[in-house]
Design a protein. Structure first.
Length: 256
């Protein structure tokens, strides 16, 4: 059986053009430029869809009708990132250069296409974001609004993950499955993160029945495989010993 796969470079260009169309920023585009831009963007998406769909024009119309709502959601995401990150100086900065925001953009686009039951393409879009940012979000995951990713490198969010509203995630977080078993492909394998939760760097939360209750804080490097109540604080306690070099009795081993 012959498999039809959209051109990878063409998909990447379509994503970049879509993000620029949604957020033209300071590129000096007039209203006329935007009309031309949308026309060309539609043609590009029609070409991408043509490889895997019979009615590519209808799908293009359906997809473009959702762009205003995608943009509205992404603006809320960007505002939440700006509000959450003391280093962020403006909304323009977040939209223009934050890798976490770009990964969220790709996810929001891919998730909408995933809802249309389009094969391959949603994964190609999120894998493009993964390649660029190091953030791996499956298009099947359900993520509320607003959503904040800070730094982001090394984040993994599995297919059946459910994330609520006003959730903040830092670098190295994994929302994964307890085991990798093909027979469980149709099961809920990944955790549920309720509203107003913060997941700090390096935390790992596994399992389809694992629920992180509303308003909880998960500290760095925590390994969690069971549900926790709303308002919980979970942290990994480790001992840090500081000595003067001349007082050290044991050899010091450096691991890099």
């Amino acid at each position: 059986m012959k498999a039809y796969v959209p051109n990878k470079k063409g998909v990447e260009i379509a994503v970049k053009k879509t993000v620029k169309h949604l957020f033209p920023l300071a590129e000096g585009m007039t209203d006329d430029d935007l009309i031309v831009s949308e026309s060309r963007l539609r043609e590009h998406w029609e070409t991408v869809f043509r490889v895997i769909l019979k009615d590519n024009n209808k799908t293009t119309d359906k997809f473009f009708s959702t762009l205003p709502s995608i943009k509205e959601t992404l603006i809320k995401d960007a505002e939440f990132i700006l509000e959450s990150d003391p280093a962020a100086k403006s909304l323009t900065e977040v939209i223009a250069i934050y890798p976490g925001f770009f990964a969220i953009c790709c996810y929001r686009i891919a998730h909408r296409l995933n809802k249309f039951s389009i094969p391959l393409l949603p994964r190609m879009i999120t894998e493009y974001a993964h390649k660029i940012t190091g953030i791996d979000i499956h298009p099947g995951a359900v993520i509320g609004t607003p959503f904040s990713i800070d730094h982001g490198t090394g984040i993994v969010i599995g297919e059946t993950t459910i994330i609520g509203n006003y959730v903040k995630i830092y670098q190295g977080v994994t929302l994964g499955a307890l085991s990798v078993d093909k027979s469980k492909a149709s099961d809920k394998r990944h955790p549920t993160i309720e509203d107003n939760v913060i997941l700090y760097a390096g935390s790992t939360i596994l399992g389809g029945t694992t629920i992180v209750g509303k308003g909880s804080i998960i500290g760095g490097n925590v390994w969690l495989t069971e549900s926790i109540a709303p308002g919980s604080v979970v942290y990994h306690k480790s001992e840090v010993i500081v000595k003067r070099q001349n007082d050290a009795e044991d050899p010091v081993n450096f691991v890099i």
